[in-house]
Ligand binder design. Sequence first.
Ligand code: HEM
Ligand code: HEM
Length: 203
Amino acid sequence: MSAWQPSYPIGERATSYPALIMQTLSSRFRYGAVSQVFHWLTAILVVVVFYMGSGGPEERVYSSANDFSLQIHETLGISVLAIVLLRILWRLKDRIPEDPPMPPWMMYSSKLVHLVLYGLLVATPVTAIVGAWLEGHPLTLLAFGNLGPMLSKAHDVGVSIARIHTILGDAILWVAGLHAAAALFHHFILRDGVLVSMLPGRQ
Ligand code: HEM
Ligand code: HEM
């Protein structure tokens, strides 16, 4: 067994009190429960937000026929932003599991992809909010009603920023798809513990 591998079967559940405490925080081998909830909640929300995305001309995006989809898209999109900001704060406190042995290029490219994903998870909702407000539209949030606009109108700039938002929204799905494929490659081809580190189980 290599020095990296845990000394218990991966997937076994924690039964002792200290082990359960450990599960809240990340360990040497596995992300803790809080990081995992942030991760999988974000992944699910991003996919739902993407599929509820409303493209096309401004008149169609803000038409009453599109009102409900837009409200879902904006509300869940803002939730992604809130969760990611909390997740970044949590990450500054929690440890990060160690990487299994792998070539440096693989390790650095995975860190780069994570950084790009964090960047996109912040920039995508922020460009949407700024774009909508500059265009003169409030955010329409389910259960909260309208918010803003809190910026003075500069319509053409808003349209350009909204366009950037749609490009970033597409990019998240591409990068996350690559990232998910890499996680599956680690699991099924390299047979290391990278994917398992983001799945529930004993530390
Ligand atoms: C991670 C979060 C988000 C993702 C992945 C995302 C993704 C997308 C995508 C892919 C489109 C283009 C849809 C198409 O062309 O068919 C889009 C459009 C749009 N999104 Fe988001 N979005 C997110 C968050 C938000 C938020 C927080 C708002 C709130 C303002 C928002 C408002 C809009 C609007 C208004 C459009 C239409 C843009 C236009 O063409 O004027 N989105 N979004
Ligand atoms: C929209 C979808 C997704 C987003 C935005 C996303 C984002 C992220 C981010 C930012 C990290 C870095 C965590 C950190 O160290 O702070 C991460 C880690 C991870 N993700 Fe995802 N992820 C997504 C989907 C998936 C899927 C579908 C899988 C599995 C097939 C997956 C597997 C993993 C694994 C195994 C790690 C830990 C990798 C490591 O420590 O090297 N992710 N994800």
